[in-house]
Design a protein around this ligand. Structure first.
Ligand code: ATP
Length: 313
């Protein structure tokens, strides 16, 4: 299936997605869309629901509530595109050699790209005749990524994919991933805790916290609607001149205050304003679970009659 088919279609759209485990709700009323061809970082504290969300998208878990569509179709259906999910625990057969693992990938997947998979393995000097069980954690991750990319997916779901790779391998594999995605228009959704890396990798982000979407959208769009305001403190609260702007976080240090706001109109008063990096923006949202959520227009789920799977509440 070629990605050209999906021009203008979101790769992924969730409406009111909810997931309840025995202990309670891990995802609550998640609605957002991810346009096709984007590389999206999925960020959130431990237990936020990232793995749960990725598992629903990979059709490994059934949501308790809500609907999800992949390329306009129900997950798992022939029209939902090819999805590749690399889970955190990277399940591979320990007794297989690397070559046997790739052969299995070829046998199980039409459209398998042996050359791409082997190139990724060879770039890490992982011998093809080595058993998976004797590889280091990072080498195993490389093989798992080779299998994920060898499937030539339309949607690549990665759960903290690079956490056990050394910095050089990490940079190299991230570069390969990005080049592949750009060349083929692959949509990537990747959970990570490494915020510093996201700026150079992702053009889209979704922040989850407490099972809810707190922030979603195009990175440039998100950065452009936030401003960091600093100035001299007037009492304990935000200065009155800024009070009408939606506030994400207010902090004080000595006689100074810093406020992350979403300006609605000009910012008045004796304050300095500055833009901020993606890492600063994400850190601030992660620190501020009570900040008003923001889902930019391109990330908002549309009310449309997709051929989705609906699960009764
Ligand atoms: P981390 O960053 O630590 O990997 P996460 O954002 O991926 O976390 P999830 O693994 O999706 O979070 O977990 C979300 C919540 O759901 C947590 O409270 C977790 O304890 C709970 N949970 C996850 N899987 C199960 C399960 N199989 N049974 C019961 N509760 C679960």
């Amino acid at each position: 299936m070629s990605n050209g088919m999906y021009a203008g279609e979101p790769a992924l759209e969730a409406h009111g997605l909810g997931m309840r485990y025995r202990r309670g709700w891990a995802l609550k009323d998640c609605s957002f869309r991810l346009p096709a061809g984007r590389i999206c970082g999925l960020v959130g504290p431990n237990g936020a629901g990232k793995t749960t969300l990725l598992s629903i998208m990979a059709h490994v878990l059934e949501p308790t509530r809500g609907t999800l569509s992949l390329f306009g179709a129900a997950p798992g259906s022939v029209d939902s595109g090819r999805t590749s999910f690399l889970a955190q625990e990277k399940p591979l057969y320990r007794r297989f050699t690397v070559a046997e693992t790739l052969r299995l990938g070829r046998e199980l997947n039409t459209g398998w790209d042996q050359r791409a998979a082997e190139d990724i393995v060879r770039a890490g000097n992982v011998p093809l005749d080595t058993k998976i069980g004797t590889l280091s954690g990072g080498q195993r991750t490389r093989v798992a990524l080779a299998v994920a990319l060898g499937k030539r997916p339309d949607l690549l779901l990665l759960d903290e994919p690079m956490s056990d790779l050394d910095p050089v391998a990490r940079k190299e594999l991230m570069g390969t991933l990005l080049a592949e995605a750009a060349e083929r228009g692959t949509t990537v959704l990747m959970s990570t805790h490494v915020l510093a890396e996201l700026e150079s990798v992702c053009d889209y982000v979704v922040v989850l916290s407490g099972g809810e979407v707190r922030l979603a959208g195009d990175v440039d769009e998100l950065l452009s609607v936030h401003t960091m305001a600093t100035g001299a403190k007037e009492g304990e609260n935000l200065p009155a001149s800024l009070a009408h702007h939606p506030l994400v976080e207010y902090r004080t240090s000595g006689r100074q205050f810093t406020a992350l706001i979403r300006p609605e109109g000009p910012v008045a008063g004796p304050v300095e304003t500055d833009s901020l990096s993606l890492e600063e923006l994400l850190l601030t949202y992660l620190r501020s679970p009570d900040a008003p959520p923001l889902i930019t227009p391109t990330a908002q789920a549309q009310d449309q009659a997709y051929n989705t799977r609906t699960v009764a509440a």
